[in-house]
Design a protein around this ligand. Structure first.
Ligand code: ZN
Ligand code: MN
Length: 489
């Protein structure tokens, strides 16, 4: 038993997980990568968006999609990578029914982007290629191929093998998805296959050594990415512990069984006989002003990590800022509400009510994003002012919010209609204080004898007398004053 325990500890210490990711993302463009066919991921009728070019008919010539090149360069600039000046496209030759030309146009020696980093992970390269058709093999005696996707612009990003935990891989993939959305480069929906993650996973007997690399495909969610890496780390470590070798191969992820399974032995890159595509021109990007590194950088919007830093500076917690950054519609509304706000307390209040209450109402289906978009920042700003001034309690605000989100309108009017405006008139509350003190002489004596905690009881009595409409902060202050106590810490 003791021996087994020691062996387990030893395992934890000495085996070293190394992961590199390859991520493909379908780019948002009007047309396909090399022809004028519509790039429409929502087209449900098969083989509608096809033409002789993307069907690989002889005698046709491809034309490079400028919008796709721009997307990849912008991603590269956001990652802090080096943008190519000279670039070219290559043919990656292999046979499969989903690749009508018998080769995929990709980039080999001269990718559009090299280097850069994201979420602390170094990036090897980002290049541009075309997607394959999609096949259906579950038809019994035959398979079906839909070429709508064939030739859709596809970005491929490759990281260095510098990821060491499943969580780090998941965080990287999530951050990339967010970046692609911020840039409008891709919707990057993993369930729809718009973003596809492959993980190269190896376990080395000790740090610095090289293990045998296994590639895992079909990872259709962030959770699958994390689970597949954890599964492979364990499987490979157990093989090594038994003195067996890890086979270099491609494995798939079985979502139902939560396991990887062997698919095929991996081809080496020379098997693809890469060579420059003779039908496409070489590009000298600096000849186009919009593709110079300076112009590309200048075209970038605020990036997710820049937004996080800006929001932290405004005093928001990492968690609250994270919610705003992950949901650009919410962030835009928050920015509109607080752009001119000087009071840090109000900035925080606005962020908290948006990220907890408003998000909650939308999540529950009480309100919708469309409704939030139809509301004015001014109205929300006055709701926050009412809270800050004590006219509304947090409970009152929670009652006002669903009405405001669904119908809009002045929050003060809504609060009055719902009867949740707080009594903040000192004269009225002083009367309440006098009544409370008179009704509870024993408690007053107790407080005067040093039991300050009993003030809370008197506040409770005051709230009861006003049926909950008193501003509790003001009521507390007036009670303490009447009792000759100092201001509360
Ligand atoms: Zn076409
Ligand atoms: Mn690829």
């Amino acid at each position: 038993m003791l021996g087994a325990h020691r062996a387990a500890c030893n395992t934890m210490d000495s085996y070293h997980l190394v992961v590199g990711l390859e991520i493909h993302a379908e780019l948002k463009t009007r047309t396909k990568m090399f022809c004028g066919c519509k790039n429409d991921p929502d087209e449900t009728r098969p083989n509608i968006n096809i033409c002789p070019v993307c069907m690989g008919h002889p005698g046709t010539l491809p034309v490079i999609n400028r919008q796709a090149v721009r997307h990849v360069l912008r991603v590269g600039a956001a990652l802090g990578g080096t943008l190519a000046d000279y670039t070219e496209f290559d043919r990656k030759n292999y046979f499969y029914p989903d690749i009508p030309k018998g080769y995929q146009i990709s980039q080999y020696q001269y990718p559009l982007v090299t280097g850069g980093s994201l979420a602390g992970v170094a990036i090897t390269r980002v290049h541009l290629e075309e997607d394959t058709a999609s096949s259906q093999h579950d038809k019994g005696a035959y398979s079906l191929v839909d070429f709508n996707r064939a030739g859709v612009p596809l970005m491929e990003l490759v990281t260095e093998p510098v990821i060491h935990t499943p969580a780090q891989a998941g965080a990287f993939a999530r951050e990339l998805q967010l970046l692609l959305r911020y840039l409008g480069a891709s919707d990057a929906n993993m369930e729809k296959g718009e973003m596809r993650v492959e993980a190269n996973i190896s376990v080395a007997p000790q740090e610095g050594a090289r293990g045998t690399k296994v590639e895992v495909k079909n990872l259709n969610s962030f959770r699958a990415v994390e689970r597949a890496i954890a599964y492979e780390a364990k499987r490979q470590r157990e093989l090594l512990e038994k003195g067996e070798a890890v086979v270099q191969e491609t494995r798939g992820w079985d979502e139902n069984r939560q396991k990887t399974f062997s698919q095929r032995k991996k081809e080496a890159s020379h098997d693809y006989r890469y060579f420059p595509d003779p039908d496409l021109p070489k590009l000298k990007l600096s000849e186009l002003r919009e593709f110079t590194p300076e112009a590309v950088r200048a075209s970038l919007p605020e990036l997710p990590w820049e937004a996080r830093a800006r929001l932290a500076k405004r005093g928001l917690s990492e968690e609250v800022a994270g919610v705003l950054v992950r949901e650009p519609r919410l962030k835009a509304f928050f920015d509109a509400v607080t752009r001119e706000e000087r009071k840090p307390a109000r900035v925080k209040l606005a962020a908290n009510y948006l990220t907890s209450d408003v998000v909650g109402l939308i999540g529950e289906g009480v309100g919708s994003w469309e409704e939030l978009a139809a509301r004015t920042p001014e109205e929300f700003r006055s709701l926050i002012a009412l809270l800050d001034e004590g006219v509304l309690s947090s409970r009152g605000a929670k009652e006002v919010l669903p009405h405001w989100l669904r119908e809009g309108g002045d929050p003060r009017g809504i609060a009055a209609r719902l009867g949740v405006v707080q009594e903040s008139d000192p004269a009225a509350l002083k009367e309440v204080v006098a009544e409370v003190l008179q009704a509870h002489p024993d408690v007053v004596a107790d407080i005067k004898a040093g039991n300050e905690k009993a003030v809370a009881f008197l506040v409770g009595q005051g709230m009861r007398r006003t049926k909950g409409s008193a501003n509790p902060a003001l009521l507390t202050r007036l009670l303490r004053e009447a009792l000759g106590l100092g201001a509360q810490e």
